[in-house]
Write a new protein. Structure first.
Length: 604
């Protein structure tokens, strides 16, 4: 009798505790690990494949007519994608691009964008993936630190480049693409024969992926070919678990790690087609899923919230069997899964440059993953004093581990000898920025750990939960306040479209106080907002509310808080009106009340 592993495990899971379900979830990964990850890892170590370009060439040889990528009316099979990357590589080589050079790439999601990235790699270069939301000085900075001398820019964004003299001066060559522009013309004139990929080492840089820049200027993270291949094969085995007939619908930007390394990477190593959309659209999302007949989606938590708000009646007329992503808040998780009838949600925690990750494949609502056993000393939580902004150290000078249920910063051990690319911290192109992410003498003299910058807590079953970013958590009246947890509560207030929270200092008062930035659905209702805020502990209730028309976000929906911090509690700030919490409720703050607050005369 044939054993159906999935059904057997499902029956077993009904009888197990949360901790037991972790074990059965691991067993589900055995088949994809054996089928894809281990063979990929072995071929990497023996030098048979060294890059995604090698994978592309193999896919084009084995399944030339198989669908590789599509978007709207553009459909590229593996053979067509191979030819397109070859033509781009010919053009770049003619421009003088050689092994070790950097080529900046600025554009939106498209099959051509993917081909351009692979074409840069085929020519031996490293693609610096520029966030297409950048403009002005941040755009200057991102391109300057890439040290690129060649730029590929989609026509839609060409005017931004033309307005940046510093960028133009840095470049030897600028190619526009997207409307039959210069790059496409050069490709038509390029040699017809296949461009032989420039040999690369597996630990060479494949791309630079920039940090989001929510608190400062973006930093380019170095991503090697080995890390790219490992992420693709590993996340397929642990999270995606693609089968024949699957297709991934991908709306996240390809200039970020989730879409590129996890989405495209896992699709390429398994020859699974991917359907792209230029930019995320909540209203068109499920129509696209049906149009492409997708069976898997990749999300970021805010994307799911937009879908729930846009489709309150739900939509289950699709074949999506799994949603994989990170940042799905507990208050959105259940309605998202129920409204859209998605059988499995698999949440993970990772960062582009981080030497480790967590994953939750059991459907345990709100958990970002399961912490490895503490005895491994691989990933640990250490106590962090958010007021002093430093780690708590014992009498010997070592960090103090956070107990179960306590909040601590996640740190990841950096091995003295690298065995897996996934455990490598390759750092940034800026050496000083790299040093700031390394914590030394953590549990013993000489050990080194990567600082995640994230505060987590772990429950008794080993499930980990995101609490906040360091710098976002603040101390009020002797208590630590998580801006993320406060925002979760306030988002349920009637008439609130979006909300984010920061801590602000208000001299002469000690510590910080919460400021909630609220985007209302119509007129802001201070009375109902006050009623919701009162459900929080007194110290966590925001003393201030700034009413905005919208929250400024990065390309991956992370709120940019720099402007909020700059405006503080100034009632004359252009960003929007501000309210002060009194014992009776929230009242509009004017100049007189502002002066009273700063003089310490108004009670906070």
């Amino acid at each position: 009798m044939k054993l159906d592993l999935d059904k057997s495990l499902a029956r077993l899971e009904e009888k197990l505790s949360p901790r037991g379900k972790v074990l059965t979830s691991g067993l589900r990964s055995v088949k994809p690990l054996a089928k894809v990850f281990l063979p990929t890892f072995a071929r990497m170590k023996t030098g048979k494949i060294r890059s995604l370009v090698d994978v592309l060439l193999e896919n084009a040889r084995v399944d030339p007519r198989g669908l590789a990528v599509e978007m709207d009316d553009v459909r590229l099979d593996w053979n067509a994608l191979d030819r397109m990357t070859s033509q781009i590589a010919h053009v770049l080589a003619a421009d003088g691009v050689k092994k070790g050079d950097t080529v900046a790439l600025l554009g939106a999601n498209s099959p051509f964008y993917l081909a351009a990235m692979l074409g840069v790699s085929r020519a031996g270069g490293t693609a610096a993936l520029i966030n297409n939301n950048l403009d002005g000085p941040p755009l200057d900075h991102a391109i300057r630190v890439s040290k690129a001398r060649v730029l590929l820019v989609e026509s839609e964004y060409a005017e931004r480049i033309e307005a940046r003299p510093a960028v133009i001066e840095q470049m030897d060559v600028i190619h526009r693409y997207g409307r039959g522009d210069g790059l496409e013309i050069a490709m038509d004139r390029a040699p017809r024969h296949a461009f032989e990929p420039v040999p690369v080492e597996i630990d060479d840089d494949f791309v630079y992926i920039y940090t989001s820049g929510t608190t400062g200027l973006p930093k380019p993270c170095r991503v090697s070919h080995e890390r790219t291949l490992s992420a693709g094969a590993g996340f397929h085995a642990l999270m995606m678990r693609f089968e024949p007939g699957d297709k991934l619908y991908l709306v996240l930007p390809l200039y970020h790690a989730s879409a590129l390394l996890i989405g495209v990477g896992s699709c390429m190593v398994t020859r699974t087609p991917v359907a792209l959309r230029r930019h995320f659209s909540a209203s068109a999302f499920w129509d696209d899923v049906r149009r492409y007949d997708a069976t898997a989606i990749l999300y970021i938590g805010e994307l799911c919230r937009y879908l729930v708000n846009t489709h309150p009646q739900g939509d289950k007329s699709h074949r999506v069997r799994v949603a994989v992503g990170n940042g799905l808040r507990p208050d959105v998780w259940v309605p998202f899964q129920e409204l859209f009838g998605i059988p499995e949600i698999r949440e993970f925690y990772a960062a582009t440059e981080a030497p480790g990750f967590l994953f939750n494949t059991t459907g345990h609502v709100g958990a970002i993953g399961v912490m490895p056993p503490e005895v491994l000393n691989w990933m640990r939580l250490v106590k962090f004093d958010v007021d002093a902004e430093e780690h708590v150290r014992d009498a010997r000078g070592f960090c103090v581990p956070a107990a179960r249920g306590e909040v601590g910063e996640l740190v990841v051990r950096l091995p003295k000898r690298l065995k897996l690319a996934i455990t490598e911290f390759r750092g940034y192109t800026d050496e000083e920025a790299t040093k700031k992410k390394i914590l030394e003498n953590v549990f013993e003299k000489g050990d080194r750990y990567f600082r995640s910058g994230d505060l987590l807590r772990v429950d008794e079953d080993g499930y980990a939960y995101f609490v906040d970013r360091i710098g976002d958590t603040f101390r009020c009246k002797g208590e630590n306040v998580s801006t993320a947890e406060v925002a979760d509560v306030l988002s349920a207030a009637p008439g609130v479209e979006e909300v984010t929270v920061i801590g602000v200092r208000v001299p002469p008062h000690d510590g910080q106080f919460g400021l909630a930035a609220v985007v209302p659905k119509g007129e802001f209702d201070p009375v109902s907002f006050f009623e919701t805020a009162k459900t929080l502990p007194s110290y966590a209730q925001p003393r201030f509310v700034r009413v905005l028309g919208e929250l400024q976000k990065t390309g991956t929906f992370k709120v940019q808080k720099a402007e909020l911090r700059r405006d503080g509690i100034d009632p004359n700030a252009a960003s929007g009106p501000i309210y002060l919490r009194t014992e009776q409720g929230y009242v509009r703050m004017d100049e007189a009340l502002h002066r009273a607050v700063l003089a310490g005369e108004a009670r906070l």
